[in-house]
Design a protein around this ligand. Structure first.
Ligand code: ARG
Length: 613
């Protein structure tokens, strides 16, 4: 099954090729004059330059080659040599029926599936999540769903930040606050050892009574603040981090408790957002791989001494950037900077864990592709990790890709902050959006027939749709301004508008069912039906573009156009009161098919639709 846009594109491309012209010039797009045509091709104009012939002459040859194709009602030349294609009502009806009968709603599956890991969200133990984590979660979840839908074998990994300095901060803060924890840590000593199961259970149970989420939420900001002013505290936290990583037994168990408590809370929070991971691998998981990896890099001659650190040089000859020395003189330095594998203090770095993670993923899953959905500001870091991985032979060149994104900004154009100027916690952001959603529902007179529980569940769905659609309707690379009033409106290009349209179709379908009206054979007749059928056909092209560019905004755009087109169709073409049983049945089927595709598109964006509002 192929979409009309693609099959016409191929036919036009072949007509260009037959004239000895580049196939790419035969590109077909949706017409920007739906009153004149369904599709258009503008390639005859650039082709004229290549061929040294008038564009209309080239266009005429294309028209001739296409004449007689059964799916076309007309092919015409307009203006300087634009080719206008109009699809026949039969072809459009056939295609709409095909989509109606397709559980994938017209979205194709890739012929050769790949193995893909998507590294996204990247939350950290105890540190509150902020809007950067939100964007990563939203975009990563959507890409995961899209890749899976296209047929790839995909694993989503939260890549849990559980191994850094924040762990030492928490250990020291917990010992300072709770004498029980402190005494327990002392009693367990500092020599690494294994526990027997009973002893371990006993310690974990005891820690469970003392270390909970409220404690972590309270301790982390305190400790992070203190470390900035209190040198002694900071040094103790550094030491604790090193001792933890070296295997100090009490710290290991205390750390396990931190990780457990944090993860349970995070998983719950992500799940409420419709974000679920296949893997919760921690940065700590690759710790045992680091020593052998370093030895191997050493043996390969990739590690070099640099001011006491062990680094990998990454710049190719001639790759430099201007740098300023301490005395102000400007010089050319290799670019990108070398990757620091072991710091001058002997510790593994952020890049070291990422490099070891590439190795780990290769061993466990052997992916064809790893996508890192992380803030654009980490682009330099990933450039270093990727180059080092390729040099070390841990991944095929091109198999690692940074999916960067811009920031969500406040009205001042800077990354979004709370009114007090602090980092906005994800939790608070969602709560705020939910409150707004309730307000919007009430103001629109929606949901008044729902039970309080149903109303709450609907408000939650509206809130998630508002946040996710606002994010995903922009190309991921661009930053956008957080505007809750606009995002949560039931009008305009918003998530709530899409939910509203989907719910409207559901209610039509329910009414039809009550009136015992069955969907029937689709025939496309009216202009509004044509427009809707053409959009149903355009789903595949939108998916393909989103997939190739790793950019869900193409799906968001499609969903929005589809909803708008349905709205026009519904206004122009009565469904239940069509006055003719066959017409009613056709329109009902068209409405049901639109709903199926709309819900699928929304699902690929990670958005769930309520049954009613
Ligand atoms: N935990 C990191 C942060 O909060 C993000 C991790 C991104 N993924 C990665 N493989 N480095 O900034």
């Amino acid at each position: 099954m192929s979409d009309l846009k693609r099959s016409l594109g191929e036919a036009v491309a072949a007509a260009f090729a037959a004239q000895g012209l580049p196939e790419e010039l035969g590109r077909v797009t949706a017409s920007d004059r739906p009153d004149l045509a369904d599709f258009q091709c503008n390639g005859a104009l650039p082709a004229a330059k290549v061929a040294g012939k008038p564009p209309r002459e080239i266009a005429a040859a294309v028209v001739e080659a296409l004449a007689g194709r059964p799916e076309l009602a007309s092919v015409e030349i307009a203006g300087l040599g634009f080719i206008n294609l109009r699809v026949s009502a039969k072809a459009l009806s056939d295609r709409a029926r095909e989509i109606a009968g397709d559980s994938r709603a017209g979205g194709a599956e890739m012929p050769s599936p790949r193995r893909v890991i998507i590294d996204y969200a990247g939350p950290n133990v105890a540190k509150p999540m902020h809007v950067g984590h939100l964007r990563s979660s939203i975009i990563g979840e959507s890409l995961k769903r899209l890749y899976r839908f296209r047929g790839d074998q995909v694993l989503g990994d939260a890549h849990f930040g559980d191994w850094g300095f924040q762990m030492g901060l928490l250990i020291v803060a917990a010992c300072d606050e709770d004498p029980f924890v402190r005494t327990l840590m002392e009693r367990l000593g500092d020599t690494p050892r294994d526990f027997n199961a009973a002893e371990e259970r006993q310690v974990m149970d005891a820690l469970g009574d003392h270390v909970d989420l409220t404690m972590l939420d309270r301790l982390y900001p305190q400790a992070a603040g203190l470390a900035k002013t209190d040198v002694e505290f900071r040094d103790r936290a550094r030491r604790a981090t090193a001792e933890l990583q070296a295997g100090r037994p009490g710290y290991r168990l205390l750390w396990r408790q931190f990780v457990k408590v944090s993860r349970v809370a995070l998983e719950r929070e992500f799940h409420a957002l419709g974000v679920d991971f296949d893997l919760w691998k921690g940065e700590s998981d690759v710790d045992p791989l680091i020593a052998p990896m370093v030895a191997e890099l050493e043996a390969k001659g990739l590690l070099v001494e640099d001011q006491g650190a062990r680094v990998i040089h990454l710049a190719r000859p001639g790759e430099t950037k201007k740098k300023k020395a301490e005395d102000g003189t400007v010089y050319e330095a290799p670019s990108p900077d070398p990757l620091i594998v072991i710091s001058s203090e002997g510790s593994a770095m952020y890049g070291t864990t990422d490099l070891a993670t590439v190795l780990d993923r290769r061993k466990s899953f052997d992916p064809d592709l790893i996508l890192y959905c992380v803030d654009q500001r980490q682009a330099g870091h990933f450039e270093q990790v990727f180059r080092a991985s390729y040099l070390a032979g841990y991944a095929e060149p091109g198999a690692l890709e940074h999916i960067g994104f811009g920031t969500m900004n406040g009205p001042d154009g800077k990354p979004f902050k709370t009114r007090e100027g602090g980092v906005l916690k994800l939790h608070d952001l969602i709560e705020m959006t939910r409150a707004k959603a309730r307000e919007r529902l009430n103001e629109a007179g929606l949901g008044s027939e729902l039970t309080p529980e149903e109303f709450e569940a609907t408000a939650h769905k509206v809130a998630v749709a508002a946040l996710k659609f606002a994010d995903l309707s922009n190309y991921r690379g661009t930053s956008y301004i957080f505007d809750l009033d606009r995002f949560s409106s039931f009008e305009g290009k918003t998530g709530p508008y899409l939910l509203y349209q989907a719910v409207r179709i559901k209610s039509v379908l329910r009414r039809a069912e009550a009136e015992r009206l069955e969907p029937g054979r689709i025939s496309i007749v009216e202009p509004a039906e044509r427009e809707l059928a053409l959009l149903l056909d355009a789903f595949e092209a939108a998916l393909a573009e989103a997939y190739d560019k790793k950019a869900p905004n193409f799906i968001a755009e499609h969903a929005f156009k589809l909803a708008q087109s349905f709205s026009r169709f519904y206004a122009a073409c009565p469904i239940l009161q069509a006055g003719d049983a066959a017409v009613s049945a056709s329109r009902l089927a068209l409405a049901g098919t639109t709903l199926k595709q709309l819900e699928l598109a929304l699902d690929l964006l990670g958005i769930e639709t309520p049954e009613r509002m």
